[in-house]
Design a binder for this molecule. Sequence first.
Ligand SMILES: Nc1ncnc2c1ncn2[C@@H]1O[C@H](COP(=O)(O)OP(=O)(O)O)[C@@H](O)[C@H]1O
Ligand SMILES: [Mg+2]
Length: 291
Amino acid sequence: MDQAKTLKRIVKKEMMNSSREGGTLPRVIAVTSGKGGVGKTNVVVNLAFALTRLDKHVLVFDADVGLGNVDIMLGIAPKFNLHHILRREKEISEVIVNGPGGIKILPAASGIQELVELSTEQRLVLSEEFDSLSEEFDILLLDTGAGISSNVTYFCTAAQDIIVVALPEPTSITDAYALMKVLSQNHAIKDFRLLVNAVKNEGEGKEVFRQLSVVADRFLPNISIDYLGHILRDENVAKAIRHQRAVLDAYPHSKASQCFMSLSKKICDLPYVHPGGSPQFLWRAILGGER
Ligand SMILES: Nc1ncnc2c1ncn2[C@@H]1O[C@H](COP(=O)(O)OP(=O)(O)O)[C@@H](O)[C@H]1O
Ligand SMILES: [Mg+2]
């Protein structure tokens, strides 16, 4: 390639790097749970909203196969999804839609099923498309869906941070434990962050963490669970969802909204473990399911 052109590219990339925290690679955060209905999508949507307020460029990737509903929760109707990128009908920038408050959403629900079975050529198409995004975003938030389907584990292996959402109920705690067990034993994932949703107070969240830690220390000594915090149970969440809005948008002063703001600040303060390598490395990890 033309030397001047190459130099120009390097300069452009370096300037972007120096003006942005964390380099060119976005931090990939997967939000997951043992079972559905624990508030994952709501967490993803509001976390994205809160992080955007803190001046982060956030892309929400709706990777929940069966029940992808980020768009429904926000009252948007995307025309295209991952399918169109794979068929080379659209570029990724045409598929990404604007959500409220400046968040960006990559609707993938109906396109993602095949992701685990992509051909080499399709992977290449996607990784090329994704490469063009790496410089634009600070944080990539994945709504993975629940359970231990291949899609869930697939996306968790590509993330630097895995947020396991649980409710303060025995069944949900058991499900969260089972998920971490499978992810650690079958997929070598060792580090988890626990978020306890819909608690009546701070103590209830900490108690869930304590219970999980006690069992994990005993039976899964290789994993580490960090306590990320709690979201209070708040009827404004359901009200906002009925209006197809983020609770932070519709009821910014509600208890839940305050929790989402503190959660997002906490996430910004977490040490950023740079995965190393190039943006291509990141996307290949996502598309190839390798760490
Ligand atoms: N903090 C909360 N307080 C009260 N209700 C909540 C809270 N978080 C979630 N919910 C309720 O739980 C339901 C399921 O949330 P959702 O995000 O769709 O779960 P998931 O994505 O895990 O299936 C929502 O419709 C909402 O009414
Ligand atoms: Mg969901």
